[in-house]
Design a protein around this ligand. Structure first.
Ligand code: NAI
Ligand code: COI
Ligand code: MG
Length: 376
């Protein structure tokens, strides 16, 4: 049985609640003898600020580099808002990890599980069977560009500056990821930008166009302005398959895409870097796309399925265990078919289950799936 080392970084708010459910799924996989997982846990974000005065320590980065994969919950919350300098905010816990590990490619699959078609805020016929993939550039753009500052002007006003920067190589490498993935799907890529108003948009569009012509002419490429994409996602999402965009647009529009699937609590993600040419190992981190949800933290009703789906992605992309990833995703689908719903995906008046009940049910479904296989 193959053994894997996983680093668990639960973080803040609902992070520890949903991570506990992912751990149940790992335990079920181990109990079934399908793989063995050694896990190590560390603090990140607000929890790490409270304990160490620092949202992301060098030791945590080293642990993440050494792990076969890192599972991340979420960071941030009102407790730490407006306190201390910007570089000591909890969110540096995740931004710093992405940068330190070189995780430039963020895959955010928005898949509407059949039983949840009526949970979306859109009409069921618009989202039924929906399966789109947002490919978000994750280490460049306005979240990282310098200067990034607030200065006080001579007249006493304050002026804030964030800088949107992209180089051709940054756009090329994320474009390559999107085109490669499209070849394994429907051979269709929509690239979103604001080339009508932003220089980075011009560079983005030209670079994607050139890359397409040089290496991916067999894939259909459509360019779309990012504001129109926001509208089209809620008008007719089924027209899309792979969507590639910069860090900011990808952050915003993947939250929009999440609601197509029923809830922000449903969307997993994989953040990947390039494989090391010598060892072949690829830096990675797996996290739900949502945040720490302070409004529901501590109540035990957060949806753990995005976290468990992120674990499934780690099995597929980092651990080379596609069969186990399929099993976990099938277990998620099975609990939804059984009618289990956390409050975010429950129909009005429907009895909802807790975070822990949902996690337990997924682990049980995994075990039941393995048992029925053995009987067959
Ligand atoms: N990767 C990360 O660690 C991220 C951290 N954040 C941080 O999280 C904090 C809260 O940010 P918000 O804007 O409120 O975004 P959020 O994503 O935490 O929550 C938005 C809404 O979705 C709901 N929600 C989110 N996840 C859910 C789940 N699993 N089950 C059920 N409902 C869920 C929340 O209750 C809330 O109503 C902030 O400090 C923010 O900076 C936000 C996004 C990503
Ligand atoms: C750094 C995060 C807090 C930004 C975000 O919302 C995300 O990456 O989805
Ligand atoms: Mg976000």
């Amino acid at each position: 049985m193959t053994s894997y080392n996983l680093l668990l970084l639960p973080g803040d708010g609902i992070g520890p609640e949903i991570m506990a459910e992912a751990a149940k799924v790992l335990a079920a996989l181990s109990d079934l003898g399908l793989a063995h997982f050694e896990t190590e846990e560390d603090l990140v974000g607000g929890a790490a600020i409270d304990a160490r005065g620092n949202p992301l320590s060098d030791e945590t980065i080293a642990l993440a580099k050494a792990a076969d994969a890192t599972l991340f919950g979420a960071v941030g919350g009102p407790k730490w808002d407006g306190k201390g300098p910007f570089h000591l905010r909890p969110e540096i816990g995740i931004l710093g990890l992405r940068k330190a590990l070189g995780l430039y490619a963020n895959l955010r699959p928005a898949k509407c599980y059949g039983p949840l078609a009526t949970a979306s805020s859109l009409h069921a016929e618009l989202v039924s069977g929906l399966d789109i993939l947002v490919v978000r550039e994750l280490t460049g753009g306005v979240y990282f560009g310098q200067p990034k500052e607030i200065v006080t002007l001579q007249d006493g006003q304050r002026r804030a500056v964030d800088t949107q920067v992209y180089t051709t190589s940054e756009v090329e490498r994320i474009g390559r990821v999107a085109f490669d993935l499209a070849r394994k799907r429907k051979n269709l890529v929509h690239s979103a930008d604001k080339n009508n108003v932003m220089r980075t948009g011009t560079l983005w569009r030209e670079t994607i166009t050139d890359l397409h012509a040089a290496e991916f002419a067999d894939v259909t490429l459509e360019h779309i302005l990012a504001d129109n994409l926001g509208m089209q996602l809620v008008r007719k999402p089924g027209q899309f398959d792979v969507l590639v965009m910069d860090n900011l647009f990808g952050d915003l529009l993947s939250d929009v895409a999440a609601m197509l699937t029923g809830s922000l609590g449903m969307l997993p993600s994989a953040s990947l870097g390039d494989a090391d040419p010598v060892t072949g190992s690829r830096p990675s981190l797996y996290e739900p796309i949502h945040g720490s949800a302070p409004d529901i933290a501590g109540q035990g009703f957060a949806n753990p399925l995005a976290m468990i789906g992120s674990l499934a992605m780690s099995l597929r992309y980092s651990l080379d265990e596609p069969d186990l990833a399929d099993r976990v995703e099938a277990a998620i689908e099975s609990v939804l078919e059984q009618g289990l719903r956390t409050p975010d995906i429950a129909a009005p008046g429907q009895n909802a289950v807790s975070t822990a009940e949902m996690g337990t049910a997924v682990a049980e479904a995994l075990r039941a799936g393995a048992t029925s296989e053995a009987v067959a």
